[in-house]
Design a protein around this ligand. Structure first.
Ligand code: HEM
Ligand SMILES: *[C@@H]1O[C@H](CO)[C@@H](O)[C@H](O)[C@H]1NC(C)=O
Length: 330
């Protein structure tokens, strides 16, 4: 009898720990405060306007869609999804987007076009942070990825976190193990992380970020024929960073968010170290195989990953502000 009582007490204690743990987590990340269709009353056309702008921009410059996806990652992984990425360099403070880690990022000027369209309909109502999230969502659709329902209600930071960029944005040669633990620390599990790396199914990598794997000796994990091709794309060990020498992430379907990325890494045709390590790490390999075999499953996990990433530690309620111009604090 006594033993049984002890047992139920323990169970109660465990349950309590479990619940207080998850409540704490919700408060800390602020996930509980974002909501679906946050602008339903204040700016009912907001999501539609953003989608229309993203679509128009895609037909003018297809790679804008790719940029919106990378923007979400670089914004959300530093502190929170708060559009701190979009701030311009001011006296004494280098912007996040001008830091080395943002090398190759482009199309920032078109964010202003999206923001202006939204401001015309609803002045100072819709945050730049939500524009980052929703433009990524709509860009993913243009790249033939899944449609992802996203919550809104993020607010904009009043400062840039350029001092944290080096620490928080993974470098081009970061190891997968470090990336997995970094993502875990913001609540993104291994499977979702592997799915998010599927973003490297689109876009490009510049030679400055590749030559380390090609010169003086070729990284043994790269398929030899593929290495030959990469050496044609990147013919010298010291490419001029200003020269636009690059290789596409996926040679076959470079502008489609499909599962070719996983088939490529299985064939040892990954461009970055993190990409290639997905198949040498026993924790990630099973997911790579699943995604390579089943695009629907990949898209489901990718959607889950984007939701987790886009809800990292948002500013809500009276935190931060709604910027008038995404480049400057009010
Ligand atoms: C976690 C480890 C990651 C590392 C180390 C990494 C690193 C890189 C590097 C070095 C480039 C090439 C930059 C250039 O040379 O122009 C790149 C491109 C890109 N990354 Fe990542 N990335 C990571 C994760 C992600 C995630 C999670 C996303 C989105 C969900 C993402 C989206 C992109 C996109 C879309 C491009 C192509 C950009 C373009 O062509 O304009 N990356 N990444
Ligand atoms: C990563 O690249 C940097 C240069 O960008 C280099 O200094 C560093 O040694 C590299 N790290 C590894 C582990 O290769």
């Amino acid at each position: 009898m006594a033993a049984k009582n002890h047992f139920s007490l323990l169970l109660l204690l465990l349950l309590q720990l479990f619940y207080s743990g998850s409540i704490l987590k919700n408060c800390k990340t602020g996930r509980a405060e974002l909501q679906m269709n946050y602008y339903a009353k204040s700016c009912p056309k907001a999501e539609e306007i953003i989608k229309q702008q993203v679509t128009e921009l895609y037909y003018e410059h297809g790679n804008t869609a790719v940029s919106w996806l990378r923007n979400l990652f670089h914004d959300c992984v530093v502190q929170s999804c708060d559009a701190s990425l979009l701030l311009e360099t001011t006296v004494g403070v280098e912007s996040e987007k001008d830091s080395d880690r943002s090398f190759g990022m482009r199309n920032f000027k078109y964010v202003n076009k999206i923001k202006s369209a939204v401001e015309n309909a609803c002045p100072q109502t819709v945050s730049c942070a939500d524009i980052v999230a929703l433009s990524a969502r709509d860009g993913i659709v243009m790249l033939k990825g899944p449609h992802i329902d996203l919550k809104t209600g993020r607010r904009d930071s009043k400062m840039s976190y350029s001092n944290l960029v080096e620490e928080l944005v993974p470098k081009h040669n970061e190891s997968l193990v470090n990336v997995l633990s970094r993502f875990k620390s913001i609540g993104i599990d291994t499977e979702a992380t592997v799915a998010l790396l599927g973003a490297h199914s689109v876009g490009r990598v510049h030679c400055v970020n590749l030559v380390e794997r090609l010169y003086p000796t070729v990284d043994r994990t790269i398929d030899p024929n593929y290495a030959q091709y990469l050496k044609v794309r990147c013919p010298t060990p010291n490419p001029d960073p200003e020269a636009v020498l690059y290789s596409r992430n996926d040679r076959e379907t470079p502008m489609i968010l499909d599962n070719m990325y996983y088939r490529n890494v299985l064939e040892h045709k990954g461009l970055l170290i993190v990409d290639q390590e997905l198949v040498s790490n026993p924790l990630t390999l099973p997911y790579v195989k699943k995604f390579a075999a089943d695009i629907k499953y990949f898209h489901d996990q990718f959607s889950r990953g984007i939701r987790l990433l886009s809800e990292n530690n948002p500013l809500t309620a009276n935190q931060g502000e709604i910027r008038k111009d995404c480049r400057y604090v009010n």
